[in-house]
Design a protein around this ligand. Structure first.
Ligand SMILES: [Zn+2]
Ligand SMILES: [Zn+2]
Ligand SMILES: [Zn+2]
Length: 153
């Protein structure tokens, strides 16, 4: 999978002694991020639940600040009421909670039918999904990064 590494501004890699997102100073009780804002940026691009929610918010139909019913499908451009978040570069079964595969740039909202079903079928036909995940180190698996890292001051 093509993965962009630092510097991306979304905190792909931890940095020694400073915020992994903005490289700013870490103060107080924060361990890995300088602020809730930077934590949010990291989570929206790496943590599946946050990333999925952010992708849906991006695809939500709006009129200025007003939220309209439905979501826009990134492929057919039609309004859908069954929005599904698709990985443009598939994770190939490695459904890790924390992954660089969840970057917002790798997520799009599709209508369930036909677009997401078609995309999934063609990815499967191309052998991109459905195989067992490649042997990857299980690092960053569970969101433990909230608690670990450098010791508290
Ligand atoms: Zn920061
Ligand atoms: Zn569609
Ligand atoms: Zn990343």
């Amino acid at each position: 999978m093509a993965q962009r590494r630092n510097p991306t501004g979304i905190g792909c890699l931890p940095r020694e002694g400073c915020c992994r997102v903005c490289a700013g100073e870490i103060t107080g009780r924060q361990v890995l991020y300088c602020s809730a804002r930077c934590r949010g940026i990291y989570y929206r691009n790496h943590q599946w639940i946050w990333a999925r929610r952010a992708a849906k918010i991006r695809a939500r139909r709006r009129d200025g600040r007003r939220v309209l019913p439905g979501w826009l499908c990134a492929r057919c451009g039609k309004i859908t009421f069954e929005p599904e978040v698709n990985h443009i570069v598939p994770l190939n079964g490695a459904r890790t909670n924390l992954s660089c595969g969840h970057h917002q740039a790798n997520l799009e909202v599709l209508c369930r039918k036909p677009c997401h079903l078609e995309v999934t079928a063609s990815q499967r036909a191309a052998g991109l999904i459905g195989r067992p995940p490649a042997a990857e180190p299980p690092a960053d698996e569970t969101g433990r990064d909230m608690a670990s890292g450098s010791p508290h001051p």
